[in-house]
Design a protein around this ligand. Structure first.
Ligand code: ADP
Length: 347
């Protein structure tokens, strides 16, 4: 009944009506003829009629329910189609926005690259002139003049360092700085040399610098100049973010037969938990770091990570806010027997 079409339903109603008529005729006949048989047949007819009528009512309700369900289903289908179309439209929009963002990112990278290259030459000229002034090559300066020129010289140096970082980040990111497989680095020599340079900065802050290592540590498979950039950044950061009278400890270990590990620990301000996920992102600086040290590009760790990973190494850190930080740099060692001739420690 549920699937019957309107014509069939009409025929079904007609049948019930005919049955009703027949039953009525039989009952009237039974009354007129005073016949028990007719009366009984009439009763059966009434029962059948009620049976049919009840089934009809039930089926009718089923049809209404099914029709409602069908309407709901149709609506859902339409909704789904609308959502599908909307999703396709959004997907297209997002793809376009993504392409635009990529273009903008490329433009920004190109701009930074051109700007830094263009700025380097005039800044070097300024530095050179200021240094001549300071040395007295252009005539003796008074004490006050010297102080001002010194300040300009230091600011200029900071700008040169920042440009250097930006250029290096650009080279690392654009893949221009590829690993030079032929070289290897003695991390002991490199760190020793660097510490000689950084000692005065640490002493100025009364920060103790120590370096611990086994007598012989295998050479790391990395370009010494690239490694120097990493170690210098880590040690400078450790000094920079450690308050006066603190300490910075550098340790060189061999955690397994394939790698060497450099650890730089400090007793400084630490890295807040919420800053951990961003610490290796370009230009990121944690709030506590900005408070204690306004100078900083937020590029050093980004560069370090990029370089280390180019050489199949890894960099990570452990830090508790207010309780110091340790950076761990792991690099593969040179597997063949190293010779003094092609070992280059940083100068
Ligand atoms: P910069 O030091 O110029 O800000 P870096 O990329 O070297 O940039 O470091 C990024 C950020 O990581 C710093 O601004 C600081 O928030 C955090 N950081 C790095 N080293 C240390 C450290 N030793 N102690 C505390 N915070 C550090």
């Amino acid at each position: 009944m549920a699937n019957k079409n309107p014509r069939q339903r009409l025929w079904y109603r007609l049948q019930i009506f005919l049955l009703f008529l027949a039953t009525l005729v039989v009952l009237v006949a039974a009354y007129k003829l005073r016949s028990d048989a007719y009366f009984f047949a009439g009763l059966v007819g009434v029962a059948v009629f009620f049976g049919f009528a009840m089934q009809y009512t039930a089926n009718r309700q089923t049809i209404i329910d099914r029709a409602n369900e069908l309407a709901r289903f149709k609506e859902l289908l339409e909704q789904q189609e609308r959502s599908g179309k909307m999703l396709i439209r959004r997907d297209l929009e997002l793809t376009r926005a993504n392409e635009r963002l990529k273009q903008l990112d490329q433009m920004k990278t190109d701009f930074v690259s051109v700007a830094t290259h263009q700025l380097r030459t005039p800044l070097s000229a300024i530095r050179w002139t200021l240094s001549m002034l300071l040395k007295g090559d252009l005539g003796e300066l008074t004490g006050e003049q010297k102080t001002f020129v010194m300040k300009a010289y230091e600011s200029n140096n900071r700008m040169v360092a920042l440009l250097g970082d930006m250029l290096l980040a650009d080279r690392v990111e654009s893949g221009k700085m590829s690993p030079t497989e032929a070289l290897e680095t003695s991390l002991i020599d490199l760190t020793d040399n660097l510490l000689v340079e950084l000692k005065p900065i640490a002493e100025k802050k009364h920060v103790t610098l120590t370096f611990k290592h086994a007598e012989e540590v295998p050479h790391a498979r990395i370009d010494p100049q690239h490694m120097r950039a990493i170690v210098q950044n880590l040690v400078e950061n450790a000094i920079k973010y450690t308050p006066e009278n603190g300490s910075v400890a550098i340790e060189l270990v061999q955690p397994d037969e394939k790698n060497v590990e450099l650890r730089v620990s400090d007793t400084g301000i630490g890295i807040p938990k919420e800053a951990h996920p961003q610490i290796f992102t370009r230009f990121f600086r944690a709030k506590n770091a900005v408070r204690v040290e306004t100078d900083g590009s937020g590029l050093g760790l980004f560069i370090a990570k990029q370089i280390v990973e180019r050489y199949d190494g890894s960099i990570r850190f452990e830090s508790e806010p207010g309780d110091g930080t340790t950076f761990f740099v792991q690099l593969p060692i040179v597997m063949h027997k190293s010779t003094q001739a092609n070992t280059i420690g940083a100068k």
